[in-house]
Every structure is written in C-alpha cells, then in structure tokens.
Ligand binder design. Structure first.
Ligand code: 13P
Ligand code: SF4
Length: 354
C-alpha cells in the first residue's frame, strides 16, 4: 500500500534534522514504506558490518528484528546507540533457543560424555545469550551464506557440531553441502528430557540439530514446489536454506537472501523464477525485474510475510526518528558487557573464517 504522505514528510524532516548523527539500516524483509528511508539494505550479516563501519553515527536505527539490533550493538563502539523502532519485533526462531535450555543441553552432552568433542555453531538468528554461549564453548556464528565454511571450520576443531537454533539450515548444509547423510543428524528437542535422545544416539551423531525453525520459511512445502512447476513450465525454483529439507532437495537453487538477489540480477531476460523466501523481498524483486522481462513469483499460494519484521512500519519509524531528533533516546538495544564479550568472540571467529 502507498505510504501516508504526511508520515513520509515527517520521516524525511526528522532524518534531515539528524543528518550524519543517524544511520538507518533496513533488512531485506522490511516493508517498502520503511525501506525507502534505509541508508543501506542487506541481510543480517551485511547490516551488522555496515553499522560497525559507521563510527560517526551516534544512532543506528535498525529496521529489522531484535537479534539483528543486538548483533549491531555488539559490533559497534560503546558510544553508538542502536535503536529498534518497535521492541516487539522479535524472531520466533531466535526465541526457540533460550539460555537456560541451551545450558541444559550442554549438561546432557556432558553426561553423555561427548561435550569435549562438540563445537557449537550458532546461526546469526539467535539471541546475544546464545552467541555468548557459543563463544564460551569454542564455537562460531554463521549466516546462511557462510554456513558451510563455518561447519568446515568446526569439524576441524572437534568431531561433532551442536547447531543452533535452525534445524533446517543445519541439516541442509550438512547433507547438501558437506556430503553427510540424514542419519548423521539427530534432532535435539529442548522440551523433552535429555532432548528426547538417548546417550547412544548422541554419541553416534555428527550433527546435533536444535529443534528450531523459521515460521516463514518452514511453511513452504514439497507441494508448493510441485504446484508451481505444473503451473509455470520451465520455472526455476530458488529457495532459502531455512526451508525444510524436502523443499531444498526439490529446488533448483538454494541460497541466502543476498544470493537470491544476485541470482536474479544475473538471470537472463525471459527466465521464470519461483522464490521461496519472505514476501516483502519477493514482491520488491518481482517489481524490480519485471521491466527486464524476468517473471518472478512467490513460491507459495498463500501470503507469507514475517509478522515480526512487519512490526516495523512507517509510524514506528517516524516515532523513533522524531524522538531522536528531539534528543530522546528511545528503544535502545544494549547487550550487557559480559554477554557482549563472549558473543563478540563467536562473531569474530565467523569474521575470521577462510
Ligand atoms: P538473512 O538475513 O541472513 O538472509 O536471513 C534470513 C532471515 O530469516 C532473516 O531473518
Ligand atoms: Fe525470524 Fe524467520 Fe522472521 Fe527471519 S523470517 S526474522 S528467521 S521468523
């Protein structure tokens, strides 16, 4: 829907007043009405780096979700303030792994006698607490674009990986990119005693996958792939690795948000694409590439936004910018010092990956 012209004008004015003091980051899944005010757009990893590369900006307004704002706070200097325009913009996947649950899991691994062999690898889409756990136990963070490199590194450090919190990215990377079998992976369910696994099952596993998933990407099904192939002959199916294994196995191409954008930029005129990722991004890409004769459709028939990403809307952005312009620091996301130190260790291991 077109943005309210009054709000557009107010956002523009507040941003102008703040000048270089503010830097607005927009994740690819954000609404158009918000993206128009982003100084840069990108995936969660790129945005965290972009924030760190702007030391002159006193305020980083993060249009994305909570774990991204935390990562930006960890990677920026202490006097830079990261602001999330709506504090309710969380991530259901990140919420599926709490610090208590992960500490309990480590106890289970210790009791099974395998904790020393296990290297934690945590997806960027996790809380600062989980990143700190990862750093403390010798592990690294990964994103959807460097998951294979992170796993290669982890298997040089130990014999087993505990992958948090997205089972699908973990399984897809292990099976698709690393040549492991589905039997090499076990699923740790934090809601069951001992994760629902026996000590023998844990000892036999190479990949211990946390039972988390993305509520958006988890909705794509094998049926959606089969349907679109029937509807659009010759279509290329391109999906995000947060999709379920059978969807990824049936797709033509698999990759992160940035990969998807690059693949479409390189696609020839006349080609047809069905994309399995968040709808705000797919719609923007469809509009952007339509004039070049590239037909881009959403992989599913039902509408599928990320509801928490969508919480950041123009009214919230205007409120945050106007508050900052009046000297009121609102909705600051600040990670405590100890958590930050260990989380940073894990993030820096990722940045040092070959
Ligand atoms: P990226 O931003 O790393 O592409 O991850 C996708 C996602 O689900 C973000 O919330
Ligand atoms: Fe979390 Fe999925 Fe939304 Fe990304 S798209 S913020 S992983 S729920």
């Amino acid at each position: 829907s077109p943005s309210d012209p009054d709000l557009v004008e107010r956002a523009r004015k507040a941003k102008e007043k703040l000048g270089d003091k503010v830097f607005v980051l927009g994740h690819h899944y954000q609404r158009d009405e918000v993206i128009q005010f982003a100084d840069v757009t990108g995936d969660s990893f790129k945005l965290a780096r972009d924030a760190a590369a702007r030391p002159e900006a006193e305020y980083i307004v993060f249009c994305g979700v909570h774990f991204m704002a935390e990562s930006a706070d960890i990677l920026t200097s202490d006097d830079q303030k990261v602001v999330l325009p709506d504090l309710a913009a969380g991530c259901s996947m990140a919420d599926m792994a709490t610090a208590e649950q992960v500490a309990e899991c480590w106890d289970v691994l210790t009791e099974a006698g395998i904790a020393e062999q296990v290297v934690p690898v945590s997806y960027m889409n996790s809380s600062a607490d989980i990143k700190a756990f990862t750093g403390k136990h010798g592990g690294t963070i990964c994103t959807s674009s460097n998951a294979k490199r992170a796993l290669d590194w982890a298997f040089e450090q130990g014999e087993k990986v505990l992958f948090l919190p997205d089972q699908h990215l973990g399984r897809n990377t292990a099976v698709r990119d690393m040549g492991m079998s589905l039997e090499d992976c076990v699923l740790y369910n934090p809601h069951k005693p001992n994760g629902g696994l026996t000590a023998d099952e844990l000892r036999a596993a190479k990949m211990i996958l946390w039972r988390g998933h993305c509520s958006v990407h988890g909705r794509f099904s094998l049926d959606s792939v089969n349907d679109v192939r029937e509807r659009i002959p010759g279509v290329n199916v391109l999906v995000h690795p947060e999709c379920r294994h059978e969807v990824v196995a049936a797709a033509d191409y698999v990759g992160s948000t940035e990969y998807i954008i690059k693949a479409l930029e390189a696609a020839p005129a006349g080609s047809k694409w069905a994309i399995g990722t968040e709808l705000n991004l797919v719609r923007r890409l469809a509009n952007r590439f339509a004039p070049e004769g590239k037909e881009i459709v959403f992989l599913d028939k039902t509408v599928c936004f990320c509801s928490t990403m969508n919480r950041i809307d123009l009214p919230h952005l205007v409120w945050a910018l106007e508050s900052l312009a009046e000297g009121n620091l609102v909705n600051r996301i600040e990670v405590d010092k100890e958590t930050e130190a260990f989380a940073k260790l894990a993030l820096e291991r990722m940045l040092a990956l070959p």
